[in-house]
Design a binder for this molecule. Structure first.
Ligand code: 5GP
Ligand code: MG
Ligand code: MG
Length: 182
């Protein structure tokens, strides 16, 4: 059903699961004895968050934040707005931000500044995908799943107009889906 809209698969389900296990092992060491607050950026990070925390063999807490920068557009508006804030006080906490993809870097730059302003003890970033060519703001993830080219990708959390987040892999849509002929 969904697969008919996909032009090509960039990262398979197996590759994602393998990489989650690798990253999880590194994060397990990093956060041993630290009780990090793992913050998922809604909504795209949900599948990655669910997988990565189950590969982390240490005490941790979870929270979520929703910020908007994209709306339904294919390119970033450059604006970041808090839609849902954390329920947890981050002061003195070791924060691990979980993102689906870093493109311009604006969302994460904003969040890292915010958590530092709120006196977090440390702030690190794990992102499933890194689109380095899209970078406008100077920000680097501490842990990256995969580098991706400057293409609009969907699946494993990433949406087009709210859809395709539930694809178990990362792929590129057929042009006919996002460029309807009329
Ligand atoms: P940034 O602030 O780094 O430009 O953008 C981050 C957000 O933009 C991501 O969390 C994601 O929601 C969205 N985004 C960036 N590139 C893509 C892409 O290729 N596909 C999809 N579906 N969303 C993207
Ligand atoms: Mg995101
Ligand atoms: Mg989106």
């Amino acid at each position: 059903m969904l697969e008919k809209d996909i032009e090509k698969v960039l990262i398979s389900r197996e590759e994602i699961s393998q990489r989650c296990a690798e990253l999880g092992a590194v994060l397990t060491e990093e956060y041993q004895g630290k009780n990090p607050l793992v913050i998922g950026v809604l909504t795209g990070a949900v599948p990655f968050m669910a997988d990565i925390i189950r590969e982390m063999d240490c005490q941790l807490e979870m929270d979520f934040m929703d910020v908007s920068s994209y709306g339904n557009a294919l390119v970033s508006s450059g604006e970041v707005k808090i839609i849902k804030d954390l329920d947890t006080n981050v002061e003195g906490r070791d924060i691990l931000v979980v993102e689906d993809i870093i493109d311009s870097g604006r969302t994460l730059a904003y969040l890292v500044d915010l958590f530092k302003y709120r006196k977090a003890n440390s702030v690190k970033i794990v992102t499933l995908l890194d689109k380095q060519e899209g970078r406008v703001v100077d920000i680097k993830a501490d842990y990256v799943g995969f580098d991706v080219p400057n293409e609009f990708v969907v699946g494993y959390g990433l949406d087009f107009m709210g859809h395709y987040r539930n694809l178990p892999y990362v792929g590129v849509l057929k042009p006919s889906i996002y460029k309807p002929i009329n």
